[in-house]
Design a protein around this ligand. Structure first.
Ligand code: GAL
Length: 463
């Protein structure tokens, strides 16, 4: 029997998705191609050569999806805008039918009393910006992004009060420009730091635009969402404690320190040296303090140990920053249960990470903008009993609640995901949804977790 865990009044309960993962309609209504449309055509990059051409066909089925959200009693829904649906080449002429699509979706959500939380960039960069400008390596991207953001504030800001500039810059930098397993598929030990730098500038430029021209009238809030796993020292030694700390600084500190402290972590500066760019004084002024809340995506935990001269395979998935730069070895505990992603289920890691953020960044208001798990879901007699997922959510919500009892200011929670979708390089082989999607018929079936979550929302917590 689960421990009860109630949340404060006004706690935000949501689910999250992203445009490329659910929309489909890849060339509908004048949409331009994104780097993910292109990346998916490269043989061997995506499991079973899948792509987001149709995905969940949310582009055509969004009314049905909003109805399902309403049935869950969600108070918020986090989704992203497809930049090339709004600006087919990333800048220039606006595609009005793209604006209309999001405008209608926003109206339907508000009608259903669901607060829209919009992410401006969840990885589907207009392909033209990659080809013409080298994507996130180009310093001009910050103002190009801010121009796009401005269109969104202008068109939707009268109704949308919660903005997230960029989703998980760490993933874009490391998996897109370091390991090459996500679009645009670059492999380098220097480019991640360059791309990361431009992503931070882009975030800050967009926030500056919002604050100067819109925030005082529209009265919304704006921030960035970073992802981080917890790093637990493998042994209780000074060396492993330092390794775990360093691993967190290379993962989350890389992006959160500039925003909260105005500089990259010292551990990164001393180890990465000149490959890590510098911000100008003016940039520091606009970057520092550029988030109204702390957006956190959290999925798992690993042990961290000082590598010394025994650095393991540098391609270990999940290592924040380049392994050779941080010299940390990661490992799992044999006792930990794994999800289908092979990510360990360690709720106490979530509590420790929240406490680490609270202490390091001076008690920010935190929104968990993603948390969830993939399991091998099956439909039997029209039902999908995803008990493992319910158990996962229960334990993570308890851990979050326990951090809140220690005064960590968590203000909301978004389950990833509202429905099964295109899981990037894993294609459709990994299911994270609270709704099962049959990718042949595109039928949605609420899983047990959707009903369970509706109950959590109705009671504002776990009974
Ligand atoms: C996050 C990402 C989501 C989703 C999730 C599960 O990193 O923002 O798009 O794919 O992971 O892997």
């Amino acid at each position: 029997m689960a421990r009860s865990a109630l949340f404060p009044p006004g706690f935000v309960w949501g689910t999250a998705t992203s445009s490329y993962q659910i929309e489909g309609g890849h060339d509908a209504g004048g949409k331009g191609p994104s780097i993910w449309d292109a990346f998916c055509t490269i043989p061997g990059k995506v499991n079973e050569h899948a792509d987001g051409t149709i995905a969940c066909d949310h582009f055509h089925r969004w009314r049905e999806d909003v109805d399902l959200m309403k049935k869950m009693g969600l108070t918020a829904y986090r989704f992203s805008l497809s930049w090339p649906r709004i600006l087919p080449t990333g800048y220039g002429k606006i595609n009005r039918s793209g604006i209309q699509f999001y405008s209608d979706l926003i109206d339907a959500l508000l009608e259903a009393e669901i607060d829209p939380w919009i992410t401006l960039y969840h990885w589907d960069l207009p392909l033209a910006l990659q080809l013409e400008k080298d994507g996130w390596l180009n310093p001009d991207m910050a103002s190009i992004f801010a121009d796009y953001a401005e269109i969104c504030f202008e068109e939707f800001g009268n109704r949308v009060k919660n903005w997230i500039t960029i989703n998980e810059p760490w993933v874009v930098a490391m998996l897109g420009y370091g390991q090459g397993i996500f679009a645009p598929g670059r492999i380098s030990n220097a480019e991640p730091y360059l791309a990361g730098h431009q992503l931070i500038r882009a975030h800050a430029f967009a926030v500056e635009r919002y604050r100067k021209k819109f925030q005082y009238v529209q009265k919304g809030r704006i921030g960035i969402t970073n992802n981080c796993d917890w790093r637990e020292p493998l042994n209780d030694t000074a060396a492993d404690r330092a390794a775990a700390q360093r691993a967190l600084e290379f993962f989350l500190g890389w992006f959160a320190d500039p925003v909260y402290k105005g500089a990259y972590p010292d551990s990164m500066r001393s180890r990465v040296g000149e490959r890590l760019p510098y911000f100008s004084d003016h940039e520091i002024d606009i970057i520092k303090g550029s988030s109204d809340f702390f957006g956190l995506n959290h999925y798992t935990t690993m042990y961290a140990a000082e590598a010394g001269n025994k650095l393991q395979d540098s391609s270990v998935y999940g290592n924040g920053g380049l392994s050779e730069d941080q010299e940390v070895n990661l490992s799992l505990d044999k006792e930990w249960k794994l999800t289908e992603m092979k990510w360990a289920i360690v709720p106490c890691g979530c509590k420790k990470l929240l406490e680490w953020i609270d202490a390091r960044y001076d008690h920010p208001e935190i929104f968990i903008t993603e948390n969830g798990a993939a399991f091998d879901d099956k439909v039997l007699d029209g039902h999908c009993h995803d008990d493992d997922r319910v158990d996962f959510y229960e334990k993570y919500l308890q851990a979050i609640n326990a951090a809140m009892e220690n005064r960590v200011k968590v203000k909301g929670y978004f389950a990833w995901s509202f429905m099964d979708n295109f899981e990037w390089a894993s294609g459709y082989s990994k299911r994270f949804g609270m709704h099962y999607v049959d990718f042949n018929t595109l039928k949605r079936i609420p899983k047990s977790s959707a009903k369970w979550y509706a109950d959590v929302i109705a009671h504002n917590g776990l009974k």
